[in-house]
Design a protein around this ligand. Structure first.
Ligand code: MSP
Length: 587
């Protein structure tokens, strides 16, 4: 039943697209397969991506958040029986920003890249991000992909050389129109031009560059967003992009003279020019799929990008336009999230308030910190980080509500045999009658937990992982009330009727816990494993198709009834007391 319902909720075929401004709609370099705008409809494959991270500074919690969102989406998708799911991430190592950061640190760019890239890799490993490919843009396979992609644009007549001038912001790695530049006092008091949005310094640049005919993609991009209203999610970000498409859409400079930008990929056949770092970086999403070899065609465009709001224009305008220009389809989905602030302030090195994610993982445990970021992070708006909030949330929801529930209902005092107890259909008949001990609120619990998997599915589809967690948490609370209300500890096991009802209360509670454990797997994989192992649910019984909540209530056999519970009787999530939640290192 759930399977059919999940199929109903599942994504339909992806957009059918064709760059009418460009020629044809075949995936360049591909040999058929998933190309030509089929999205993920035909193969059911999915590749989730994080942005690739700049290596000018160490990772912070905002970076980890981006990666965890993509990880939770990928892990959730893997719970569905189906084709393999990929998750790619990596580091963005070329460009002026890295060149300048290396110079400021007095090291060679390659050395800085090796060091910081390793930090990102280690962080993601420590945080349980289920990466299938970690790409560095300095790898040879990536250079091959970028050069091939460049060749596809050139072959389609979309690149030309000419004088390009404008304000360039090295920190944001982009040109800015006059209206997006303002003058503010610099550190020495002198007024200097800065980017209006980010406040980063900008510089006037005038040079011969390769220029991409971005302006001719306005209509194809609009059509893409009109035809697939779910292409960019949440919807306010799609509307922002549509608004941008109403404004001026100038052609885009896609190279820099290598006299001032040497740290990057050379334009094929022109040693005087370096490829613009954003073109280089965006192609990473193809490199990880094996582009330009034909294998990529089985995966593209079944790709779901997770990005922060600051890089929306690059992903929702430049990238789809470049793809259309190269004869390929835009990505299947772009999920956009907002930013984390710290005590109400933007995180920045100069303010000294950058929160180190590794310290947080240690302090709050991996699952605890994953749960916090994904439960509290709301993609539509910025979220504020402070430690008290982490401790309060984790103690309330994971230690007390969920852990307490498991502890109570598996304790030897209530369940001396350590066996998954029997459900009594006359105590809890599916139609309430004279033999029924269950009250209307108990029926409400069964309804709520039965509806939960579909609700969660809907929230994942809509990039609302925080709502999925909120829904699980609300059901956990409801289950605790069920136990509290029916007070199994007051029942007498010596009395047959009491014993049956006691076992039924425990059976229902353990079934609820099983559902919670299964649905929490994408966010708190270790904790969910511990919970499910305590219930002795084997690894082959943990997919979405296995949920089938409370089958005995519906007159079906329950495979868990009578099974011995798992041996681990430890606490599911120990409370984070004050000593454990001492100040997190601020770097
Ligand atoms: N290198 C580019 C992305 C290229 S993708 C082809 C880049 N790198 S970044 O390191 O600056 O940012 C990576 C991601 O981290 C972005 O999605 C960005 O939005 C996110 N975050 C950076 N600061 C953040 C917060 N304070 N909060 C949440 N996410 C934030 O941009």
């Amino acid at each position: 039943m759930l399977r059919a319902a999940l199929r109903r909720l599942g994504p339909g075929p992806g957009p059918r697209l064709c760059a009418r401004g460009s020629r044809g709609c075949r995936d360049d370099g591909g040999g058929g397969g998933g190309g030509g705008g089929e999205g993920e409809g035909r193969s059911g494959r999915a590749c989730f991506t994080t942005p690739i991270f700049y290596v000018n500074a160490a990772p912070h919690i905002g970076h980890l958040y981006s990666a965890l969102l993509a990880d939770a989406l990928a892990r959730y998708r893997r719970l569905r029986a189906g084709p393999p799911v990929r998750l790619s991430t990596g580091t963005d190592e070329h460009g002026l920003k890295i060149q300048q950061a290396a110079a400021a640190a007095g090291v060679a760019p390659a050395e800085l890249c090796d060091r910081v890239s390793a930090q990102f890799r280690a962080l993601f490993r420590a945080a349980g991000v289920s990466v299938t490919d970690f790409l560095r843009t300095t790898e040879a396979r990536h250079q091959r992909a970028v050069h091939h992609f460049w060749g596809a644009l050139r072959a389609r007549g979309l690149l030309s050389k000419g004088l390009y001038e404008g304000w360039y912001c090295a920190s944001d790695e982009c040109f800015l129109p006059e209206a997006k530049v303002t003058w503010r006092p610099g550190p020495g008091g002198e007024r200097r031009p800065v980017a209006l949005d980010s406040g980063h310094p900008v510089c006037w640049t005038a040079e011969q560059n390769y220029i991409f005919r971005l302006s001719q993609f306005r209509e194809p991009l609009r059509r893409w967003l009109r035809d697939d209203p779910r292409a960019i999610c949440p919807d306010p970000f799609r509307r922002t992009v549509l608004q941008w498409l109403e404004e001026d859409l100038p052609d885009l400079s896609v190279s820099r003279g290598n006299s001032h930008l040497y740290w990057g990929l050379q334009v094929p056949g022109d040693p005087t020019q370096t490829i613009y770092v954003w073109v280089d970086a965006l192609v990473n999403y193809l490199t990880v799929l094996g582009y330009p070899d034909s294998e990529h065609a089985a995966w593209w465009p079944a790709t779901h990008h997770v990005i922060g709001k600051d890089i929306l224009r690059f992903h929702a305008i430049y990238w789809p336009a470049l793809l259309l220009g190269a004869g390929m389809s835009p990505p299947h989905r772009i999920y956009v999230h907002s930013h984390w602030t710290v005590h109400g302030q933007k995180m920045s090195k100069s303010l000294g308030n950058v929160v180190d994610p590794s310290t947080c993982l240690e302090r709050f445990t991996v699952d605890g910190f994953r749960y916090f970021l994904l439960r509290q992070g709301v993609p539509n708006w910025d979220c504020d980080y402070y430690e008290k909030k982490v401790v309060k949330l984790l103690d309330a929801e994971l230690a007390d509500a969920l852990g307490g529930l498991l502890n109570r209902c598996t304790a030897a005092s209530l369940n001396p045999t350590g066996i998954f107890p029997e459900f009594c259909t006359s105590c809890f008949p599916c139609v309430r009658g004279v033999t029924s001990k269950a009250q209307p609120e108990d029926y409400a619990l069964v309804r709520a937990v039965s509806a939960l998997p579909l609700q969660v599915e809907h929230y994942y589809e809509n990039f609302q992982i925080y709502k999925a967690l909120e829904a699980v948490s609300s059901c956990v609370r409801q289950t605790n009330s069920f136990v509290q209300r029916n007070a199994p500890w007051k029942l007498n096991r010596e009395n047959l009727s009491d014993a049956r009802w006691l076992d039924t209360i425990l059976h229902v509670t353990l079934e609820c816990l099983r559902v919670f454990g299964m649905l929490l797997q994408p966010v708190t994989p270790t904790l969910a494993d511990r919970l499910l192992s305590r219930l002795n649910i084997s690894e082959t019984e943990r997919g979405l198709q296995d949920i089938n909540f409370l089958p005995r209530y519906h007159g079906q056999p329950c495979p868990f009834e009578g099974r011995r519970l798992g041996p681990d009787t430890g606490l599911l999530f120990p409370r984070l007391d004050k000593t454990r939640a001492r100040a997190t290192k601020i770097s």
